[in-house]
Write a protein that binds this ligand. Structure first.
Ligand SMILES: [Cu+2]
Length: 125
């Protein structure tokens, strides 16, 4: 009785395809609430974009702060987060002003593992 076995195989294949389709390309995670122990604010809201690391990879700023990423590496990179995305650049700068408190993870979409986080804390903390 091969027919039922074939049906089961088709069903399993369909389920597998659905699972794969649900996992799109991995992008930056969505912004989220702040953890409890963030701070103090970094004096210089600037991040160097190097090969293949953001330095510093964690930055703490007050809400309303303009963060500047400065390309310093030899390879091309970008900055891609929830609500902000640079062009793919080899040099130059990208800026983004964070108007809402929260945790903003971002990545270079070209280099897996090249990740950073901006923590945006309320004014006066
Ligand atoms: Cu990169």
């Amino acid at each position: 009785m091969p027919a039922p076995i074939l049906l089961v195989r088709v069903a399993l294949l369909a389920i597998a395809l659905l699972l794969v389709a649900g996992c799109g390309p991995s992008g930056p995670a969505a912004a989220s609430d702040l953890p409890d122990d963030v701070g103090p604010v970094d004096a210089d809201p600037t991040v160097a974009v190097r090969d293949n690391v953001f330095a510093p990879d964690e930055l703490v700023v007050e809400v309303g702060t303009e963060v500047t990423w400065v390309w310093e590496g030899r390879a091309v990179h970008d900055v891609a987060g929830d609500g902000f995305k640079s062009e793919i650049l080899a040099e130059g700068t990208f800026t983004h002003t964070f108007d809402e408190p929260g945790t903003y993870p971002y990545v270079c979409s070209l280099h897996p593992g090249m990740e950073g986080t901006v923590y945006v804390i309320p004014e006066g903390n």
